[in-house]
Design a protein around this ligand. Structure first.
Ligand SMILES: *[C@@H]1O[C@H](CO)[C@@H](O)[C@H](O)[C@H]1NC(C)=O
Ligand SMILES: *[C@@H]1O[C@H](CO)[C@@H](O)[C@H](O)[C@H]1NC(C)=O
Ligand SMILES: *[C@@H]1O[C@H](CO)[C@@H](O)[C@H](O)[C@H]1NC(C)=O
Length: 602
């Protein structure tokens, strides 16, 4: 049989015209229909049998993953398709903001009105509201010779009634032409006419600041990422509505497909965009759309500054451990020499040796022999050298302050088993999958505490706090770090990791592409750096910023100091301990002596 043009059904002719007009650049089209429609497609076609609705999701998923993400649908229950479509979007790995869907009337039209009503119902589905480009072909009139169709889409833009049908065009098989000949997929998101875009976020400086004084900021909100969203809506004429779950901050997605916080709000479609320092986390990427990177941030910690060494240690500092061992050995050796010289008499040997090593003189009466004198002479010379060396060392420990070792690297944190933390686990999401032993140890030291507890801990210097270093040189530091506490903290040299901040959206969200264009322009113009500086200067505590920024260089200034009580405290310690011990011994002596006297009297 020769396939004459007349052999084509009117609906096929119409479809062919629509394809030519609107899907000419489509890479691959998925067709779900009960019979294979005779149309010619520009590239490739994936045909799915519409009678077999059980495995519709799996078949469509396979097609979508292969790149066939424009759809022509002609099945009995188009609602099934919309539900399956939403599942496929969420399960698949292919993301596209501008998937196009054409829904044809089911095959068996008996009563047109009933069916046209049925078709329009699709537009009221929640799932449909996330598809920008959906085209319904609704039959209106059927005579023997002619069939006419209306081409309908949803309103999509505007403040309300986004789900209302919108008539685009009419087509009649007798005239074989469109009435208006307009663009059949008109929603290019260039003007949303005030449509509400819901944004999830919470106050986290300098990314997002909410609840500001409306006298200063008309919208009551500001921040690096907030400005992106506000600019986005200024560009495409939408209205921002904040969706908040402040308590859970970044939040998380649970295994039961629910979620909390910013991530949960976007995941469960309570918000269209999610912002506030969201990093390109793997777990979230699997179930959501990411925008292009906005801000590259470096995560590190401020750790307690090394404190001055305790002053009682100071008398020990001039000599190293080996030197002290050598001195003890010298003392013993000299004592033995003196004992031998005295003809193996240990009378006052240790006291004499100790005294001479501290260059103390001895009453000479007992040392008549030259043998003893020469030994003592050599000992005196040794004592002189040691004494002078110690004196010199002590002078330098007194004038140059001695600190504990500082915390500079990840190894330092791990070696000291120093806790580090913040208010939320989000800080370690990026490291969670790491196999490196060092990073795993670092993770085991991470803790989360409520803000107030963190503040208390910051005064006690008992843990390190994670902070972000932003591209223009400012820091994102939790509010719990006050100016007073920041004086005692030093920024680490090592960066734990670098991350890209992104905006999270529902998978295949209509906004992703548009937002990426805006982000590209923002980077191109350098506005992101300017915004960071503006927001930082306006809202961040400049003293804290400066303290953290200069925390590594400030110790050079206070280098040499005058002697104070602090320096000699250690020596008084030793003196005090000696005095107490001698008093005790003295009292003991008297007691024991009295007893023995009593015994002797008896
Ligand atoms: C989808 O693709 C997978 C792997 O490519 C294959 O195992 C599976 O059978 C396909 N599903 C269907 C329904 O064809
Ligand atoms: C933006 O949307 C509003 C409706 O909310 C409309 O009145 C206004 O004209 C639109 N602006 C532009 C530039 O189209
Ligand atoms: C999902 O799981 C979370 C935590 O496991 C729980 O708090 C929440 O109530 C669960 N939600 C539902 C709908 O089961």
């Amino acid at each position: 049989m020769i396939l004459l043009p007349e052999a084509l059904l009117p609906i096929e002719i119409l479809l062919q015209m629509i394809i030519k007009k609107s899907l000419a650049s489509s890479y691959c089209i998925t067709m779900v229909s009960e019979v294979l429609l005779k149309v010619h497609v520009p590239n490739s076609l994936m045909y799915i049998d519409g009678n077999n609705t059980e495995s519709l999701v799996e078949l469509m998923l396979n097609a979508s993953e292969a790149g066939c993400s424009d759809y022509i649908i002609q099945i009995k229950e188009p609602k099934d398709f919309i539900v399956a479509f939403d599942k496929v979007v969420h399960m698949g790995n292919i993301r596209r903001s501008d998937r196009r869907v054409i829904i044809l009337p089911p095959k068996y039209i008996s009563d047109e009105n009933v069916f046209s009503h049925d078709l329009l119902e699709i537009l009221s589905l929640r799932e449909t509201s996330y598809i920008t480009n959906v085209l319904l072909v609704v039959p209106t009139k059927k005579t023997l010779k002619c069939e006419s169709y209306e081409l309908i889409t949803h309103k999509f833009v505007g403040i309300d009634n986004n789900k209302e049908p919108m008539l685009l065009d009419r087509w009649d098989s007798c005239t074989n032409s469109f009435e208006n000949n307009v663009n059949l997929f008109p929603h290019d998101l260039s003007n949303l006419q005030g449509k509400t875009v819901k944004v999830a976020g919470f106050t986290y400086k300098p990314y997002v600041l909410l609840d500001l004084d409306t006298k200063l900021m008309p919208l009551g909100r500001d921040g690096m990422e907030m400005r992106i969203v506000d600019e986005f809506c200024r560009w495409i004429n939408c209205t921002v509505e904040m969706v908040r779950d402040d308590e859970h901050e970044w939040g998380e997605i649970y295994d039961n497909s629910t979620g909390v916080g910013v991530i949960g709000n976007v995941f469960e479609d309570r918000a269209d965009l999610g912002i506030t320092a969201l990093y390109s986390w793997f777990e979230e990427y699997v179930v959501m759309d990411f925008s292009a990177p906005i801000i590259r941030t470096a995560i590190t910690c401020i750790a307690p500054s090394p404190s001055l060494l305790a002053s009682w240690e100071m008398p020990l500092l001039p000599f190293s451990v080996y030197m002290w061992a050598g001195i003890i050995f010298t003392f013993l050796y000299a004592s033995v020499a003196l004992t031998i010289a005295k003809g193996f008499s240990t009378d006052e040997v240790f006291l004499t040796t100790f005294g001479i090593m501290l260059t103390q003189s001895r009453p000479d009466a007992s040392f008549r022999s030259w043998r003893i004198r020469s030994v003592i002479g050599w000992m005196m010379m040794t004592g002189l050298v040691i004494d002078n060396a110690y004196g010199g060392g002590l002078a330098s420990t007194f004038t140059v302050p001695k600190y504990e070792k500082s915390i500079d690297t990840i190894e330092d944190i791990v070696n000291r088993q120093l806790e580090w933390g913040a208010t939320h686990d989000a800080w370690i999401f990026s490291l969670m999958l790491s196999q490196e032993p060092l990073i795993k140890q670092l993770l085991s030291l991470f803790r989360t505490y409520p803000s107030e507890e963190l503040m208390q801990k910051s005064f006690r210097k008992s843990m390190a706090f994670s902070i972000e270093k932003l591209p223009a040189g400012y820091f994102a530091i939790g509010e719990y770090i006050t100016k007073e506490a920041s004086l005692d903290y030093t920024i680490m040299i090592d960066k734990f990791y670098y991350e890209q901040c992104i905006v999270m959206l529902r998978k295949s969200s209509p906004y992703t592409d548009k937002l990426n264009v805006l982000i590209g322009r923002l980077h191109e113009s350098g506005l992101m750096l300017a915004w960071e500086t503006q927001v930082a200067l306006r809202y961040l505590d400049y003293k804290v910023q400066l303290e953290v920024k200069l925390s590594r260089s400030k110790r050079d200034v206070e280098n040499i100091e005058a002697l104070g009580l602090r320096h000699v405290m250690g020596i008084f310690f030793i003196y005090g301990a000696g005095a107490v011990i001698s008093c005790l011994v003295f009292i003991m002596e008297i007691l024991i002596h009295r007893k023995s006297r009593k015994i002797s009297i008896n």
